[in-house]
Write a protein that binds this ligand. Structure first.
Ligand code: AMP
Ligand code: GLY
Length: 423
């Protein structure tokens, strides 16, 4: 099986690394890929959002499968276009990717099919939205853009003036473009968060091991929200009771709801969950593997990922036994100083060998790097995801942090408390 993976971050490096382990897999291609990815797959400079360009590239390479990993191309319909051109794919079509592409859609789906989530209202008119928040007078107020916004489209407003600013930035000032032309205002929920990724072929759902993301930039959950500064798997909060509750109340109902709506979801469905005092509730759906959740989940996958990709395409996931290791995995993200705001790139990374790896006991997933004249340089906000697997979470974290200390670049920044809450 020759496979083209669309995307160029740590998640894609983790997907390609898992595929590299498969005896079924032949050539691996990535577009656009990155410095580290170029050591295990042939990279092509086609942007992940360039649908025409990707279809052309697929025609040139004739892969057996195209794996579309990031949210934007999925929501834009890259899978539909690749299928029309005769390619087999991994990832949902646009009519199912809407589960992430529109919060107005996903909230309405959950309401219709009684899937537990925060109470909400939707608005396109700023004045009506502000009046609603004022009358509710319940803070914090959660204000969300309908569409994709690079993880920045959710504002938790502590008071009326913050809420007014948020509503105005979305509905009047167009800060989020079309994504913010409709908004969701929802009830503020409390409790620990948990991520569960699940394989699904539209009929069967097979949850992967659970994980815990760390979204804020700094230790103790201080600082701005980021794409994710580190992850651990499994998440100890995901007890057998919770697994059953999620399967019955959330996972199966979601898959069935999408099927009933004529939008079968094929690929990886990301459940962002909160363990509230009144049960597990959905905070968000994503239509893809999470980043950096993938970096700690796929190393624990014992079944051949290429076989899973085939089973999902052929809609026979039901008959496939998907096995997981009972070890723990931890990923510490090394980011550019200043991320998620302004940061510099082009810094030389030291401590990596010619494959972009460390001699310490860890695997280095490259998120934002490029390889120039034999040197790895920083090329993004999140630069590396240093990942270790061990029998216990404590050991996995110790190994990952020991490896982080062997790698450096100017103004590198990482959190020192990844996984602390799970120990
Ligand atoms: P989202 O992009 O929808 O996952 O939201 C980003 C983050 O905002 C989540 O990971 C939560 O920490 C927080 N959040 C979103 N919705 C709510 C809510 N209804 N109540 C409390 N926190 C929320
Ligand atoms: N780590 C969060 C996400 O992938 O959306």
């Amino acid at each position: 099986m020759d496979i083209l993976v669309v995307g160029g971050g740590g998640r894609e490096h983790a997907i390609l690394t898992a595929l590299r382990r498969s005896p079924k897999v032949g050539k691996l291609y990535a577009a656009p890929g990155n410095g580290g990815i170029s050591r295990i797959a042939e990279c092509f400079p086609v942007k992940a959002t360039d649908i025409d360009g990707m279809v052309e590239l697929a025609k040139k390479l004739s892969p057996d499968y195209v794996f579309v990993a990031p949210d934007d191309p999925l929501v834009m319909g890259m899978v539909d276009r690749l299928n029309e051109a005769g390619f087999k794919t991994f990832g949902p079509k646009a009519n199912a990717a809407i589960l992430e592409g529109s919060k107005v859609f996903s909230k309405a789906l959950m309401k219709k099919y009684k899937i537990p989530t925060a109470e909400y209202e939707t608005f396109t008119d700023a004045e009506k939205a502000i009046t609603y928040i004022r009358e509710k007078n319940s803070f914090p107020a959660v204000i969300k853009c309908d569409g994709l916004a690079l993880g920045k489209g959710v504002i938790i407003a502590e008071d009326m003036s913050q809420a007014e600013n948020a509503v105005k930035s979305m509905l009047l000032d167009g800060k989020f473009g079309k994504s913010g032309s409709e908004i969701v205002i929802e009830e503020y929920l409390t409790g620990p968060e948990l991520t569960v990724l699940a394989f699904t072929d539209g009929k069967t759902v097979k949850p992967m091991v659970s994980s815990m993301d760390h979204k804020r930039a700094y230790d103790n959950d201080k600082g701005l929200n980021t794409g994710g500064m580190g992850t651990i798997a499994p998440n100890p909060l995901y007890t057998p009771d919770k697994q059953q509750e999620c399967m019955e109340n959330i996972f199966l109902p979601t898959i069935k709801a999408m099927q009933a709506e004529g939008r079968p979801f094929k690929g990886c469905l990301y459940f962002g969950l909160m363990l509230t005092p009144s049960g597990v509730k959905v905070i968000e759906y994503n239509c893809r593997f999470g980043d950096p959740e993938t970096q700690v989940v796929l190393p624990l996958l014992e079944t051949d990922l290429a076989e899973i990709i085939e089973a999902i395409w052929e809609e026979r996931l039901d008959g496939l036994d998907v096995k997981w290791s009972d070890k723990s995995c931890a990923c510490v993200v090394m980011a550019s100083g200043g991320y998620p705001e302004k940061y510099e790139t082009g810094k030389e990374i030291s401590g990596l060998d010619e494959n972009g790896q460390t001699s310490a006991d860890a695997y280095v997933y490259h998120a934002g790097t490029k390889l120039e004249n034999g040197k790895f340089l920083t090329a993004g906000g999140r630069v590396l995801g240093v990942t270790s697997t061990a029998d216990t979470l404590r050991n996995a974290l110790d190994k990952a942090y020991a490896a982080v200390k062997t790698i450096s670049f100017d103004k590198a920044h990482y959190r020192t408390d990844i996984g602390k809450k799970a120990l």
